[in-house]
Design a protein around this ligand. Structure first.
Ligand code: SAM
Length: 293
């Protein structure tokens, strides 16, 4: 989509500037809808929602007036074109998902990206997100974290992904339907070791909210023993690798890799094995390549 001219000049009274508001909504407790979020949802003419039935619950008495356009994984592309036309014609739109912050393991990325491309203002109305709520209460290092979201459903791909994550020094955050907790904790124990610290944060902000921090092995046994822990929704927060590879090891590994492989492949493997970013790994490989010349 082409970038449009700036339609939002404050000096042009003819032009009505529209905004796409990205509105976070409660993850369980409806009292967590912020006053600003409520005000925006009451004011806009159009709400882009994942499921209109769920989002109408947030709207009190104005169910019949507001227009809802469905944006979900099946029709995000079609909805985006319609919503961009509305925004360009001066209609404010609020984007919501079923729960929490849109785009965080939820639809909306294409719409937000296309809105920027169209030169229309995007404004967040921040609020609940299960990942941040869980991290804030897990009692595990929170200075750096890696948000992974949902793991692959297939066991083989899941194990491979967990192996890639196993050496990351940052705290890891996973979204997990609680019914899958046992299976995923089993995999984590095998791949990362039973003694790694972790926390299960289940049914946050709801009646049966439970947050428990322990070793992976103890959490796995606890979830196995209590069927209630397998109900509802959960976030799994796992400590990063407790003993990240010292830099000298990464350098030695990089030296071996550049001797055996083309640079891009060497950087990819180095990143996977050390938890470095691709860019850091690429720089390390470049340094080693220059030194061996
Ligand atoms: N966009 C949402 C957010 O910002 O948190 C996440 C949507 S994602 C489709 C749904 C997942 O979030 C669930 O499977 C669960 O892992 C997590 N989740 C959502 N609500 C939760 C809650 N009340 N307690 C624990 N986890 C929750």
């Amino acid at each position: 989509m082409p970038v449009m001219s700036n339609r939002h000049s404050e000096h042009d009274p003819e032009t009505r500037s529209a905004t796409l508001f990205v509105v976070a909504t409660p993850i369980g407790n409806l009292a967590d809808l912020s006053p600003r979020a409520r005000e925006v949802l009451e004011r806009v003419e159009v709400i882009a929602a994942e499921d209109s039935r769920i989002s109408r619950r947030l709207l009190d008495g104005r169910q019949s007036r507001v227009r809802m356009i469905i944006v979900n994984e099946h029709r995000e592309e079609a909805a985006v074109a319609e919503l961009i036309d509305l925004l360009l014609s001066g209609t404010d739109v609020a984007l919501v998902s079923d729960a929490g912050t849109p785009l965080i393991s939820d639809p909306g990325f294409r719409l937000v990206s296309a809105t920027h491309e169209a030169g229309v203002t995007v404004s967040p109305i921040p609020g609940p997100s299960a990942a941040i709520a869980a991290l804030s209460a897990a009692g595990l290092a929170s200075d750096r974290f890696h948000f992974e979201g949902f793991l692959p459903a297939r066991s083989g791909s899941r194990t491979r992904r967990l192996m890639e994550l196993s050496d990351f020094p940052q705290t890891l955050i996973f979204y997990v339907p609680a019914r899958d907790l046992t299976e995923i904790l089993d995999d984590l124990v095998v791949v990362m070791g039973g003694q790694r610290r972790a926390a299960v944060a289940r049914e946050l902000t709801k009646l049966h909210e439970t947050i428990r921090r322990d070793s992976l092995e103890a959490l796995r046994d606890w979830v196995k023993a209590d069927p209630d822990q397998r109900r509802g929704e959960a976030v799994l927060v796992v400590s990063g690798h407790p003993d990240p590879q010292p830099a000298i090891h990464a350098q030695a590994l990089a030296r071996e890799l550049v001797n055996e492989l083309p640079p891009s492949r060497a950087a990819k493997i180095l990143a996977r094995l050390t938890g470095m970013t691709r860019q850091q790994a690429w720089q390390q490989i470049q340094t080693q390549t220059n030194q061996t010349k």
